[in-house]
Ligand binder design. Sequence first.
Ligand code: NAD
Length: 249
Amino acid sequence: MKLIICGAAGRMGQALVAAAKALGHTVVAGVEKKGVAVAGIETTDALKPAGADCVIDFTAPEVSLENARTCAAAKVPIVIGTTGFSTAQRAELEKLGGTAPIVVAPNMSVGVNVVIGMAAELAKRLGEDFDVEILETHHKRKKDAPSGTALKLAEEIASATKRTKSDFRLVREGQIGERPEREIGVQTLRGGDVVGEHTIYFFGDGERVELSHRATSRDQFARGAMRAAAWLQGKGPGLYDMRHVLGFL
Ligand code: NAD
């Protein structure tokens, strides 16, 4: 494939350029902020998608949204790994999915996407007697919290157990009283160089189930993004996620 990588100098950008080369794809351009150069590839500060088979974007929400608009206008598929979209930004992505094929996934790892499905299933089978808490840990430079993956886990568990976002508890402080039964707690740790860890706890009376995923390298996110780009080739318009790419949906 002929690929354009947005955010090519970033932590994920570098992993994506390396993965693309290792898989024999051509990186026709890397898009970066003005003045930022990326060794070994043509770098530009303006996304021009015409002629590319796919654009892969791991930057920041407002940048990815603008790039999605550009790709939709040019009818070029785009894979977005950026996290931290607001509800309004997410709604615009849904709309853009009406004109171009787009994959948006807060976590491109195969393992995490299996864990998301298993967590929803566990929540359903364990039932309301088990309290659900999600703990995520990431490196100290991560800008958004909680992680997109932790929120996705909470959403899938909520939809499997007929709960809503109003049951999410992202902060606890002060005299908060007893834990409401249907609450889904989402807590965040930040530090060091942790690539990404998620644990879902199901606390029962006298027993506890834990489901964990630990990413030890960014390479698997990059490989997942390449898989998403290949899967998008020839697809019609739509807003897809990694579970479509991996055949779970
Ligand atoms: P990073 O800060 O290392 O990289 C982001 C890059 O985008 C930087 O090089 C920055 O210069 C560039 N950028 C910013 N504005 C730009 C613009 N206007 N035009 C072009 N380039 C621009 O961050 P990172 O750790 O690589 O993460 C990037 C995003 O990907 C974050 O939202 C992160 O949460 C997400 N992420 C997703 C996955 C996944 O599997 N989906 C995995 C890891 C990280």
